[in-house]
Design a protein around this ligand. Structure first.
Ligand SMILES: O=C(O)c1ccccc1NCC(=O)[C@H](O)[C@H](O)COP(=O)(O)O
Length: 255
C-alpha cells in the first residue's frame, strides 16, 4: 500500500510546477515546544478516509480543527493527500487561518517541492516516513530545517529507528500501523520507544495509530511526549468532547 501511495503522489507532485518560495520571516508556532509541554500532548488529526478504514467522516477541516483546539489538542495533523485520504493543500491553508496551534503537514513526502510548499501553506512541521524515504531521510530532514520546518520522522521497526537516529531526527514518531500490510500492533510503539531511549535518544517521542480509549492513551504517560490520534476523533461527531475525554486521561505530569 505504501509503495502504491508514494508512486501516485510522486507522479502528481512532479507533474506540477515548482513555485514555492515561503516567507521564512513569517512566524509559525513551534511544533516541538507544543509537544514538550508537561504531560502527554495530543496531536489531533483531520482525517476523512484511509486505506485501512475507508470512509471515516465528511469533515469540514477548519471547523473540526477549531473544535480540536477548544478541546485541548496541542497540535493538529492535517492530511493533504487527496486520493487515499481525501485531504488537500487547501485544507492545510484553511486550518492555518482557523487555529493558532502548530500544524503538521501529514502527507507522503516524496519530492523536495513538498517541503517549501508545506511552509508556504502554514505548516510548522512535516511528516517524513522512513519506510518511504530510506537513506534519503537525512537529506529531507535537512531540507525541512532549511525551510524553517521541524520534522516528525516516522518509523515502524528497528532498522528504520537506526536510520532516523543516524539522520539526526529530534522528533521520532513510532507508528503501530505497518504501512505495507496496514496491520496495527499496539506493542510496536512502546517496544521501539524503549529501544530508542536505550540508544540514548533524548528527543521527543510520538506514539501513532490505533489509539481509541483513555486507557490506551494513559498507558503512554511517562513513556511518550505525545500521541497522534486520527480515526477515533474524526469519527466521534463531537470532536471537542472526544478530545476532552482523551486529554483527561493524558493530562498527567511526566513521571
Ligand atoms: O491510516 C491508514 O490506513 C494508513 C494507510 C497507509 C498509510 C498511512 C496510513 N495512515 C497514516 C497514519 O499514520 C495515521 O493517519 C495516524 O497515525 C492516525 O492513526 P489512527 O488514529 O489510527 O487513525
Amino acid at each position: 500500500m505504501l509503495g502504491e501511495i508514494c508512486r501516485r503522489r510522486l507522479a502528481e507532485v512532479s507533474a506540477r510546477p515548482y513555485h514555492f518560495s515561503p516567507d521564512l520571516s513569517r512566524p509559525i508556532p513551534s511544533f516541538s515546544q507544543a509537544l514538550a509541554l508537561p504531560g502527554l500532548s495530543l496531536i489531533a488529526e483531520v482525517k476523512r478516509k484511509s486505506p485501512s478504514q475507508g470512509d471515516i467522516a465528511a469533515l469540514d477541516a477548519p471547523a473540526v480543527a477549531r473544535a480540536y483546539e477548544q478541546g485541548g489538542a496541542r497540535a493538529i495533523s492535517v492530511l493533504t493527500e487527496p486520493h487515499y485520504f481525501a485531504g488537500s493543500e487547501e485544507d492545510l491553508r484553511a486550518v492555518r487561518q482557523a487555529v493558532g496551534l502548530p500544524l503538521l503537514r501529514k502527507d507522503f513526502i516524496v519530492h523536495p517541492s513538498q517541503i517549501p510548499e508545506a511552509r508556504a501553506l502554514g505548516a510548522s512541521a512535516v511528516l517524513l516516513i522512513v519506510a518511504a524515504l530510506g537513506e534519503l531521510t537525512g537529506a529531507y530532514l535537512e531540507l525541512s530545517r532549511k525551510n524553517g520546518l521541524e520534522a516528525l520522522v516516522e518509523i515502524h521497526d528497528e532498522r528504520e529507528l537506526d536510520i532516523a537516529l543516524e539522520a539526526g531526527a529530534s522528533i521520532v514518531g513510532i507508528n503501530n500501523r505497518d504501512l505495507v500490510s496496514l496491520k496495527v500492533n499496539m506493542d510496536t510503539a512502546p517496544r521501539l520507544g524503549e529501544l530508542a531511549r536505550s540508544r540514548s535518544f533524548e528527543g521527543l517521542l510520538v506514539a501513532e495509530s490505533g489509539y481509541s480509549t483513555p486507557e490506551e492513551v494513559r498507558s503512554l504517560v511517562g513513556r511518550f511526549d505525545a500521541v497522534l490520534v486520527g480515526t477515533r476523533l474524526a469519527r466521534s461527531g463531537n470532536w471537542q468532547k472526544a478530545i476532552e475525554a482523551l486529554m483527561a486521561a493524558a493530562d498527567y505530569r511526566r513521571i
